[in-house]
Design a protein around this ligand. Sequence first.
Ligand code: DHE
Length: 546
Amino acid sequence: MRKSYRNTLAALTVMAALPLAIQNAYAQAAAAPAAPTLSAEDFAKAKRLYFDRCAGCHGTLRKGATGPNITDETVKKKSYDHNVLKVFITNGTPGGMPGFAGGGEMSEADINLVATYLMLPPPAPPEMPLEEIKATWKLVVPEDKRPKKPEHSRDWKNFFGVVLRDAGKVAILDGDTKELISVVETGFAVHILRSSASGRYFYSIGRDGKATMIDLWMAKPGVVAEVKTCHDARSIDSSKYHGPKGNFVDKLAVIGCYWPPQLAILDGQTLEPKKLVSTRSYTYDTNEFVNEARVAAIIAGHKDPTWIINIKEAGYIWTLDYSDIKNLKVTMAETERFLHDGGWDASKRYVQMAANMRNKMVVVDSETGKQIAQIETGQKPHPGRGANWVDPKFGPVTATPHLGEAKVAAWGSDPKGHKANAWKVVRNIETLGGGGLFVKTHPNAKHVWFDHTLNPDDKIKRSVCAVEKANPENTRKCIQVADHGRVTHFEYNKQGTEIWVAVWDQVGELVVYDDKTMKEIKRIKGDWLRTPTGHFNVTNGMTDTY
Ligand code: DHE
């Protein structure tokens, strides 16, 4: 008798001897689909794909933030099988999640892997202690070896830094001539750039937590320092305060990490790591411990030596006084959960941040560090830094587009001069559809511009619109910027007369429009221009003009 047959026969004999209920349970288990599995190699690939494409919104531990909780337990509870998960990943959802099949972000095989990965328990990612961070620190050009004055005659305060996302590079362009000056290696899937307070340096942050410092005075701007402070990061900023409490211009930099959830404080001239601050904490409302309390937006104070820091999952906004980093003072304002991005009002006293899964903007007064208002603006506000202008009817306003709804909402943001409108939505500007990520204007500009980057419709995701600040009601004009890619993010030149927008795909473009006429001035193209996303002007960055 063959061995397998013998085993089966023995099993059947044992089964027949069991009570009926237990026999039924065995039968059901046998009929149930096999538990999902992945080989070590596929698991590593799926983990990487999840990290690159999903962790930002759903969290590394998959407990949810901008996107919902998708732990294996939740997936099981909701009875999502492999097919359902594949449909979500392929097509996206009406709530604002993009589909990942269309733009070539994931192949069918990748989607299969990630769907299986979601049915397995999430692995715990490693920590990154200070010693490990210090080992990654490279001072490429020490301060005394850097130029004493600009080595070129260009107006470097009108330079643009352009994120080349998938290339892991940043391009530096001259905002006057629109010429490419330099392409600099940075971190993996580089996310944003911020200007130092003097404007001389750009700091970039990659999704791998690698920060890169670029000196714009060099004949060919290049890297002067770099350091990797975490495994996953989205934000970076510098110390900008100069006043009675000290001169902190270009003195410090700070990185906001998604994983490990921590802040890394660095020397602003060298990126030497100085201090880590954990942001693991308790939710503001239910006081539950959150292991993955990530750092979302960071904004530098101009009136005080402070950084305003969003602790995403905990729902706190920290006002961190960096004037004495050995004795940090932090005011933790209870606000709302799943904080994401945001910016200053025009006076730079009030910070307005999106708690986008709660459909709200929250407002903190930086003088007291306390929350003073919450504004229900619409489904999933996503302001970027937002846009500030003086509305003819309502006075100073700030605005955000929405991921889940076809509107830009503007609220009053001048509680002193226009108290009745303060922190109330006073205008809803109709957009072409949901999936809006960014809105932008400039004090000298005629228009307010907005995009529809994550809209599923090809025409809409490639179109931008603008309304006149002086007459936001009847002046909306829209432009289809390209017939490929997704169109995203805006930045003005330092004069506020020209606005740049990115066509985000492998054959990327930067398109420059005259703000007054909305006519195209220039289409910047080139082999180097792969996957352009965010683009940042030196003057607007150092002064937080938006
Ligand atoms: Fe961003 C800002 C996080 C996806 C382009 N993005 C921010 C900020 C955060 C954030 C917390 C605010 C930083 C600050 O001000 O200090 N972004 C995340 C994510 O978690 C998310 C949703 C998913 C992810 O996995 O990363 C995400 N972001 C994107 C994109 O897909 C974009 C369009 C292109 C890309 O990089 O892949 C993108 N995010 C940007 C840009 C800004 C930004 C251009 C800065 C806007 C500004 O004008 O200041």
